[in-house]
Design a protein around this ligand. Structure first.
Ligand code: PEP
Ligand code: MN
Length: 340
């Protein structure tokens, strides 16, 4: 971190600032040039509160030269993180395809979808039991009953289950879930993130609706700083001025995040586009650009889905997409994991 001091800062003020900085357990180096004075901070600066430094009277500007996250940082953890989910490796050299309905609606709908996506080659099952809906009058999810249905679908197919938590008070219900999803709307629910950091479960963390990549990494850091290193990042599109698609899929996030972090990266082309016909091309592009996993919404009857029907693939469409994904995944050297 570099602190540029204002002209006219007195020696007494500089000494006071350097003394104040000792609380962060970093080393301060004062460099006195002809025209300006700067303090270079060396050591672990992640805990230095940049705003409180900026608030000091003699400080002109402050600039971080190191990222403010450490557990998620590739600099301190050069090897890719590979997370084991019931024997499937997320983050390794296989592509994982997480597929299933937006919402768990009924046992029949979920189990039929689970069987269909498994047959098509999906490697994990998704389904929302707690649904973050824009309207309080829209279907809110089956809650605990939805999780019980997902467990039945897992027993039927062997597919690990991925489902979203919305409230920290529901955490006990997720004890037997394989991956806990944190949705875009809760991406910066720090109380929830910290609680997930204290449990030993993989967490699929989605990017906020208007979250920067750094904010996503800082949210991952919240989970990891509490001890849970099993974090999977998910790009699901961000809000811009464009209204033609539900969100804008930020594909460049994949290679950029790979430079910055060792954590596995998922792309959700369903929520990113909101349009079923765009899901396949975006899933192919996500695979080509190096995503470790895809999350795709599939419904046995999208026209009558209780949520997100417009972006849901039919089982037939999903099977056709999987065919193409298999070729693309082979081509880029991360073949789709094989379900037994
Ligand atoms: C979901 O995956 O069902 C979901 C609500 O996604 P997001 O949080 O990305 O909107
Ligand atoms: Mn959805």
């Amino acid at each position: 971190m570099v602190i540029v001091l204002k002209d006219g800062a007195s020696k007494k003020q500089i000494d006071e600032l350097i003394n104040w900085l000792t609380r962060f357990e970093v080393k301060s180096n004062l460099v006195e040039g002809v025209h300006s004075k700067i303090i270079g901070l060396v050591g672990d600066t992640t805990s230095v509160d940049i705003e409180s430094v900026q608030a000091k009277e003699i400080v002109e500007t402050v600039k971080r030269v190191q990222e403010p996250y450490k557990n998620a940082n590739r600099r301190f953890h050069p090897e890719d993180t590979v997370i084991d989910v019931r024997g499937r490796k997320l983050g390794g050299d296989r592509l994982q395809v997480i597929a299933g309905p937006c919402s768990v609606e009924t046992e029949e709908q979920t189990i039929k979808t689970a069987i269909a996506v498994k047959q098509a080659g999906a490697t994990m099952l998704r389904g929302g039991a707690f649904k973050p809906r824009t309207s309080p009058y829209a279907f809110q999810g089956l809650g605990k009953e939805g999780i019980d249905i997902l467990k039945k679908a897992r027993a039927e197919t062997g597919l690990p289950i991925v489902t979203e938590i919305m409230d920290v008070s529901d955490l006990d219900l997720f004890e037997d879930v394989d991956i806990i999803q944190v949705g875009a709307r809760n991406s910066q629910n720090f109380t929830l993130l910290k609680a997930l950091g204290r449990c030993d479960k993989p967490v699929l963390l989605k990017r906020g609706l208007s979250g920067t990549l750094q904010e996503l990494l800082m949210s991952a850091e919240y989970i990891m700083s509490e001890g849970n290193s099993k974090v999977i990042l998910c790009e699901r599109g961000i809000r811009t001025f464009e209204t033609a698609t539900r969100n804008i899929l930020d594909l460049a996030a994949v290679p950029l995040l790979k430079q910055k972090t060792h954590l596995p990266i998922t792309i959700d082309p369903s929520h990113a586009t909101g349009i079923a016909s765009l899901v396949e091309p975006c899933a192919l592009a996500a695979t080509a650009i190096g995503a470790h996993a895809l999350e795709i919404e599939v419904h046995i009857d999208p026209e009558h889905a209780w949520s997100d029907g417009a972006q849901s693939l039919t089982p037939e469409q999903f099977a056709a997409t999987m065919e193409k994904l298999r070729s693309m995944a082979e081509f880029v050297g991360r073949p789709v994991d094989i379900t037994e």
